[in-house]
Design a protein around this ligand. Sequence first.
Ligand SMILES: Cc1cc2nc3c(=O)[nH]c(=O)nc-3n(C[C@H](O)[C@H](O)[C@H](O)COP(=O)(O)O)c2cc1C
Length: 212
Amino acid sequence: MTQVPVRQASTDRPLRRHDLDPDPLRQFARWLAEAEEADIRYANAMAVATAAPDGTPSVRMVLLRGFDERGFVFYTNYESQKGRELAANPRAALLFYWDPLERQVRISGRVLKVSSEESDAYFRSRPYGSQLSAWASRQSEPVACRNELEARHAELATQFPEGHVPRPPFWGGYRVVPEQYEFWQGRRNRLHDRFRYTRQPDGSWLIERLQP
Ligand SMILES: Cc1cc2nc3c(=O)[nH]c(=O)nc-3n(C[C@H](O)[C@H](O)[C@H](O)COP(=O)(O)O)c2cc1C
């Protein structure tokens, strides 16, 4: 077996109960802002885990495009592997990892499609080339060669001039509505700080420290 070197935490940045915002959304916003201030490339990149109906998990990176009290939004192809899994089992887990800050955030909950108006508005804001790519790619399906994709992209450019690309009906947003969050702060000696927020039936959040 190839041994993978283990790196020790370089700083010790405690996370205490009284540092936490009672609202996990505000706590998340604070940590994301700190990740952005730390110049982390793609601080909004997150892994999204879904599961097939037989329980087989799958995970991939996507970019968080917005978040508020309604949930966490990302955009993708509704007919991709994740889209098919979410249609059958509308639950997901999200994971952010900000290495320079030694922080991890886990979020899990139910998943809804965002409204078509919201997806349309976001699609309109995308660069022209990305709009065409959304049409060109049958995401997660095999393709014989890259030329086929590029030819389709070029053909779509003649069909849809810049500024006039409609959103493909098979492309749009998902919103993950959190039921649980976990904020993890790496500490020396692997005695890390972990706090879990669990949504209660009355809408409040139970906060518990977890063992590392
Ligand atoms: C940093 C990063 C960001 C990504 N962002 C997205 C995204 O926002 N939406 C998306 O559909 N795919 C995104 N991808 C590609 C996905 O990881 C994945 O390859 C694709 O969505 C197909 O996944 P699936 O076959 O599991 O459905 C991103 C990949 C990386 C590495």
